[in-house]
Ligand binder design. Structure first.
Ligand code: FES
Length: 130
């Protein structure tokens, strides 16, 4: 009497019988192995006044870890998972305010989100201001 089993079941049975150490790996739920943050940290509880140059590419830090706030210094590559700077090119020279809390709804510009309680009551990381 022959029993028909699919290739996947055959491999599973084979792996279970031949290599029992692999069973926890096969049956383990998918987990996130990285401990890097996917959420920004609050760099500042107030916006940054900056001078933007027409035609120059600017990279606004979205992760909050940069030491060159409000602009990116590349720290997101080692401190976060999936966060990237927001690049923009102004169409004219201007003095403006860029978001420091990283929770603006109008990035990279400030929108008063920093005045909300969850920002004002938050602890800041070691390389940020108050
Ligand atoms: S350092 Fe924050 S986005 Fe690059």
């Amino acid at each position: 009497m022959n029993t028909i089993i699919s290739g996947r079941v055959r491999k599973l049975v084979s792996a279970t019988l031949i290599q029992p150490w692999i069973w926890p790996i096969i049956t383990a739920p998918k987990v996130q192995l990285s401990t890097l943050s996917t959420e920004p940290v609050i760099a500042s509880k107030k916006p940054f006044k900056v001078e933007l140059v027409c035609g120059k590419r600017h990279s606004w830090c979205t992760c909050g870890h940069s030491k060159k706030q409000p602009f990116c210094d590349g720290t997101h590559k080692t401190k976060t998972q999936g966060l990237m700077p927001q690049c923009f090119i102004p169409e004219k020279d201007s003095k403006t305010w860029l978001c420091g809390c990283k929770y603006t709804a109008n990035p990279p510009y400030w929108d008063s989100t920093h005045k909300q309680e969850f920002i004002q009551s938050a602890l800041l990381s070691e390389n940020t201001d108050s």
